[in-house]
Design a protein around this ligand. Structure first.
Ligand SMILES: Nc1ncnc2c1ncn2[C@@H]1O[C@H](COP(=O)(O)OP(=O)(O)OP(=O)(O)O)[C@@H](O)[C@H]1O
Ligand SMILES: [Zn+2]
Length: 729
């Protein structure tokens, strides 16, 4: 008897046993094929993981799968292995993990169709003809010559050459040509002239080449503007030349148009993009191009890491430190870490690139697990910008801007350059308060204040999305003295529009930049190089290359200090280095002004006196002392419930049940309320598990999930386990 072990998309942490569908051939049942199964009263699309000779179920209880949906697996054995690994490592239900490897239409059980194009090729007989044959019918001779030159030619290509189907049919009748299906773009891609690498780039390129095309993880730590993208491009050119595909992961959708443009300028190749902005049909087509091998380069955000490739040859993770690589709900995985595992499984090299590498990757590089490459100079003739703190204690601020910053802006704009201002808070003001009684506008569903959005005359919660009309009076004492306190981008924008009206001003945050097109249009404007003011949140900082920006102003540096999370200082240093790195990327030298009330704060002095690498080394030493990641391992079990007490009770029970099975060295802390305990009307608590050993951490993760499943969380309580969480407090 053969029993199928299936990953069925349910929240259960197990594979399910089914008998093969009636009449299905044994050899068709390969890992990775989709199978439709009866599940309760529903029909679900499941994925075959493995076979077994036996089942723990009684033979009578074993159901047969309904139908085999694919004649052969649509995902490669590497992706099957990757999903199995991820399900185990992240302790996430296998069915949901396998879903990540398929586009929605296929998850829903739709039949698979290739993106093929109808075309023609020569038969064996046709191939045997000498060049210049069929001279008596010139059109047929022309078609023959074309088919001899290129193995396969699409119908459209032939028609463009004036060769209609009648001519091809004539060749078919003579037994010289036959119809075929061609995968578009399969022709070999051509790389256009690369830039001449500088000395540092040359060293990196030859070190990467020397490591070979088997698995190796390269950490490319290169200061902002050092030309990391050029390294990716040249490595991709090598990969394509050897007939393989490259997968490039980037942090955010906002970056796609620019990145894709840089790649398509360099390569005459099929480039496909995968990101959350695609509709189901588009996503399916892009996925199919990657899977079938017709796309040479696949560029995508987080979830693209699970996309099957026909001939994987290289993986690049750009801005590898970026938090958006971590999925924060449902299947909580780190796309960067999954990518490294994938490269190992597929036995291909991977490049993790950043000016501000995560402490995890840096640690791995220092331990010798990754090959470490550094570039400390900017590419071409540009220099690293100069950083200065602006002490704003007692300074008269206008919309958050000090006289020093205003003067620098004026000077920069008048000399024809662009200014970039960074303020990581959207809206007009983060707080609305009654001056007479002290009432503060708070969200009814979250432990959070409402942000004032003045233009829309709304109060909005940035955590649950709820909004309400702006009130005229305090609901508590009816006073009209409502004060907007604190500063958001909308407020600074309003002021700048009045006082710097000579220059165009662009606000870039998730309120003003809805959709990919708006960002793309703006990027083009900025590249035009005319003087202007850019004001934005971190959306503006990520990886953009704006050659004309000469001044960067960090309006509220202090909001980046004093985080309680253990990753707080790492994030602040990364963000600041990235923002500062937008300045002076061309010939004009850059200047960065940091406005602060705490000029002597150690984070600020470190920023001013050391580069990111040195700060990171000091942070790593502190992590080592505290045995925190990457020198310790964390898990968080979370509960989420409309009833605060029930959630905490659940975690208490979980702790009691798991504790006796946990070996020494596993420390369980909590349950404690989550940092923002109430969010969108639900109360969140958490249990923190700390160990100094990855094996122990994995053991604890398995045990927690086992016990949590026994607890059968009922009603509206849900729980989750987060392996290698991003935030703790
Ligand atoms: N070898 C080279 N010769 C001349 N110019 C180069 C060279 N390499 C890169 N550049 C140019 O330097 C600029 C910065 O390069 P790039 O954007 O790749 O840097 P980066 O390291 O990716 O920066 P960031 O981390 O800030 O995104 C680009 O305009 C690029 O064209
Ligand atoms: Zn809310």
């Amino acid at each position: 008897m053969s029993v199928l072990k299936l990953a069925v998309p349910t929240p259960l942490h197990t594979l399910f046993d089914y008998l093969p569908p009636a009449g299905s051939a044994e050899e068709a049942l390969q890992p990775g094929v989709r199978v439709q199964v009866p599940f309760g009263r529903r029909k679900l699309t499941a994925y075959l993981v493995s076979h077994s000779a036996t089942s723990d179920l009684e033979p009578a209880a074993l159901k047969a799968a309904d139908t085999l949906l694919d004649p052969q697996p649509l995902i490669s054995p590497g992706i099957v292995a990757l999903c199995n690994w991820a399900s185990e490592y992240y302790q996430h239900p296998p069915g949901e993990v396998f879903q990540a490897a398929f586009p929605r239409l296929l998850r829903d059980g739709k039949a698979h169709r290739c993106n093929t194009v109808a075309g023609w090729e020569l038969t064996t007989r046709g191939k045997g003809l000498p060049e210049g044959a069929l001279a008596r019918s010139p059109k047929q001779a022309q078609a023959l010559a074309m088919l001899q030159r290129e193995d396969q030619v699409s119908g459209a290509q032939l028609r463009r050459a004036g060769l209609g189907s009648a001519i091809l049919k004539a060749l078919e009748t003579k037994g010289l040509a036959q119809r075929c299906e061609i995968q578009p773009g399969i022709a070999s891609p051509v790389a256009r002239e690369p830039l001449r690498p500088g000395p540092e780039q040359r060293a990196v390129l030859s070190a990467i080449a020397a490591a070979g095309d088997g698995f190796n993880c390269h950490l490319l730590e290169g200061v902002t503007g050092s030309g990391k993208t050029e390294i990716y491009l040249q490595c991709i050119a090598e990969c394509l030349a050897s007939g393989r595909q490259a997968l490039v992961l980037i942090p955010e959708i906002g970056l796609t148009p620019q990145t894709v443009a840089r790649f398509s300028q360099r390569f005459n190749a099929e480039i496909t993009t995968l990101h959350s902005g695609l509709g189901d049909a588009e996503r399916y087509r892009a996925w199919e191009a990657a899977r079938s091998g017709s796309a040479h380069i696949v560029i995508g955000t987080r979830s693209a890491v699970f996309t099957s490739l026909a001939r994987p040859g290289l993986i690049v993770v750009d801005e590898e430190h970026d938090q958006s690589f971590k999925q924060q709900d449902g299947f909580r995985y780190s796309a960067r870490d999954v990518a490294v595992k994938r490269a190992q499984i597929e036995n291909c090299p991977i490049i993790l690139g950043s000016a501000t590498p995560s402490l995890e990757s840096l640690h791995n590089a220092l331990q010798g697990r990754y090959i470490h490459h550094r570039m400390q100079q900017r590419a071409g003739n540009s220099q690293m910008p100069a950083l200065e703190a602006v002490d704003i204690r007692k300074a008269p601020l206008q919309a958050g801007l000090s006289p020093t910053l205003l003067e620098a802006m004026q000077h920069c704009l008048e000399s024809g350059q662009q200014v970039l201002l960074f303020l990581n808070r959207r809206g007009y003001a983060p707080t609305l308060q009654c001056h007479d009684c002290g009432w503060i506008a708070e969200c009814d569903h979250c432990d959070a204040r409402l942000t004032l959005h003045r233009r829309q005359r709304q109060l909005r919660c940035h955590h649950c999305g709820v909004s309400q009309p702006l009130r005229q009076r305090c609901p508590s004492c009816h006073s009209e003295q409502l004060l907007a306190t604190g500063l958001g981008t909308e407020q600074t924008e309003e002021w700048l529009r009045r006082h710097f009206s000579r220059w165009p001003m662009y606000r870039v945050d998730s309120d003003s930049m809805r959709g990919r097109e708006s960002m793309q249009a703006l990027v083009e404007q900025i590249h035009g190089g005319d003087p202007c003011i850019l004001l934005g949140t971190q959306m503006l900082t990520k990886g953009h290359h704006f050659p004309a920006v000469a001044l960067v102003g960090i309006i509220d540096m202090d909001s980046m200090l004093f985080s309680t999370d253990f990753r707080g200082e790492e994030r602040a240093a990364q963000l600041l280095t990235q923002v500062a790195g937008r300045a002076g990327r061309d010939e004009v030298p850059g200047r960065v002004l940091l406005q602060t009330h705490h000029p002597d704060n150690p984070t600020i002095t470190a920023m001013l006196t050391q580069d990111y690498h040195h700060q990171a080394m000091a942070m790593l030493a502190r992590r080592r002392e505290a045995t925190m990641p990457p020198l310790g391992y964390l898990l968080i079990a979370r509960s989420d419930c409309t009833d605060a007490a029930a959630g905490e009770q659940f975690l208490n029970r979980l702790r009691e049940m798991a504790q006796p099975h946990l070996p020494a060295g596993v420390n369980v802390i909590g349950p404690l309320p989550a940092p923002m305990q109430r969010r969108a009307g639900r109360f969140r608590s958490q249990l923190l598990v700390h160990t100094c050993d990855r094996r122990l951490s994995q053991l604890a993760a398995r045990r927690l999930v086992q016990e949590a499943q026994k607890l059968r969380a009922g009603g509206n309580l849900s729980w989750s386990l987060d392996v290698d969480p991003q935030d703790v407090f």
